[in-house]
Write a protein that binds this ligand. Sequence first.
Ligand SMILES: *Cc1c(COP(=O)(O)O)cnc(C)c1O
Length: 316
Amino acid sequence: IAAGVERDDLVILPSFTFIGSANAIAHCGAMPYLLDVNKDTWTLDPESLAKVLSDTERKDGRVYHRQTGRRIAAVMPVHVLGIAADMDAIVRAAKDYNLPVVADGAAALGTIYRGRKIADTGADLTVFSFNGNKTVTAGGGGAICGNDASLVQLVRHLTTTARVGADYDHDRIGFNYRMTNLQAAVGCAQLERLSEFVEKKRRIQATYANALTGLSGVLPFPDPAYGKSACWFSGFTLRNGKMESGELRKSLRERGVDARPFWKPIHLQVPFGGCPREELGVTDGLWSTLVTLPCSTSLSNADQSTVIKHVQELLG
Ligand SMILES: *Cc1c(COP(=O)(O)O)cnc(C)c1O
């Protein structure tokens, strides 16, 4: 809403994300426009973005999608799993069309892109999550970061019921989305440990990658040369291996290892099945081959060795 997204607009985002990204768009009355991810980064493909934007109609500085006639109002890259999207290329494409960029950095606290911290890579706003399953948590809630003071002030205004001054005067329809002091206290203590936790997450992912890459069909999570992932999650994809990913997850769970599938992409979700979209071949391939492994910051070396041993036994 702060980025100016309105009813019936389209917002471009990758289908390979958590449903919360799409829900934020739908809660503006707008509609997701789903693009594929790049096969080497698993994040919004900048070439596909540029191509989609070049095939639009421009009227009065606004950009319209030809098939639906809807305005394209914003671009939402997702730093999925803590991997940075290719922000230079994405921001360049979006700014060529005067589109705001709102990045979903929910899992990307600690992510580095071309030597810069992830919220400082050209997005107008970057949104982080402090949900209980993230690298640092406040129990729930999150943070919105940006470099444009008036835009950040607008976000703050909207989160505090759009109240003007000390009296009960409200100049638009806002939200009661402030974080509680209690949660903030937990969040501040957690943030002090961010580097420690991100280091641990990176070590866990590197240990899995070293031990498992090269086993039948196993490919590690991407690690684009332009950045450094915060490694929120660890695991691998399984292609043309000894068994299908679903079969492996089941066998691991039978052995007491909590291997899980990952997010079902947005185009396969009931509320968003009818959204406009481009070819999503990479996304479909990821969804059907991903296996995630235990990677909590509290995972002990011994437990990780046990996980590795079971994967090796099943795939070796
Ligand atoms: C975790 C996550 C979310 C959800 O964040 P909440 O704070 O739980 O709403 C959204 N998008 C991505 C990419 C995530 O990883």
